[in-house]
Design a protein around this ligand. Sequence first.
Ligand SMILES: CSC[C@H]1O[C@H](OP(=O)(O)O)[C@H](O)[C@@H]1O
Ligand SMILES: Nc1ncnc2[nH]cnc12
Length: 286
Amino acid sequence: MRLIKISGEGISSGEVSESELGVGKPYVAVIGGSGLYDPGIFEEPVEVQLHTPYGLPSDNVIIGRVKGEWVAFLPRHGRGHRYPPHKIPYRANIWALKALGARVILSISAVGSLRQDYAPGDFVVPDQFVDMTKNREYTFYDGPRVCHVQIGLEPFSNDLRRLIIESASKYNKTHDSGCYVCIEGPRFSTKAESRIWRDVYGCDIIGMTLVPEVNLARELGMCYALLAVITDYDIWVPHQPVTAELVEKTMGEKLDLAKRVMTEVIPRIPKDVHLKCQETLKNACV
Ligand SMILES: CSC[C@H]1O[C@H](OP(=O)(O)O)[C@H](O)[C@@H]1O
Ligand SMILES: Nc1ncnc2[nH]cnc12
């Protein structure tokens, strides 16, 4: 695959030009989670290595066409799963995708379930989250410009969620809402913690990577939605305890379906309308 290298200087204006890129600008980016390191759905793929003000992203971004549309793909843990959730360069990842032209992010993640009726193998398209992470780089606005983005009512883009739900439901059992609790990791929860996330916080699914990815995207005015693949029942009832191996195995079984959903959704994303989530920086800065 052809490799295009772009240095920090090339993006000082905030965005890579089409001529620097040498291919069409991707409007949609896909971030792949555990088990998804190479989507294999692209025509004419190129690899782009992009230096950002926050360092290198998790990996080179792959840009290629899906049904005629230019799309960017980034494996959040890097190929070979080299970055644990608390060490992922989230700011570099989101910044790079925006600089390459992306305005919309479709994310894929493995999650544990915190309720009986959300079973391993099912899909969930979450609509809320609770942040229990402890030590990450949460914002692009570290001062002197101080901004507080509004993310409360619609942390995930409902426009995108609708498209994903419509497509995913055709191929797999899909839950059209859910609250994702994001823990720091990299260890899994204790049974006592798992019961708190479920019974006290009222969360439905659990993972380690949503935060700060989702709020960084919002800070740059990008729309974000997640197709979550349930891989296990976490640890809140006595059962087969979650392991990384179990997560990757279940994810592997559902990967083709998840890719099919992405391939179907990408060309349906409207480009000429102003999506709601792109307005949230209004009145956010002090
Ligand atoms: C490999 S097991 C735990 C790992 O899987 C999930 O990652 P992702 O959201 O990127 O699919 C979870 O959040 C943990 O990082
Ligand atoms: N049970 C679980 N806890 C945290 N992250 C996960 N990713 C997949 N399953 C998980």
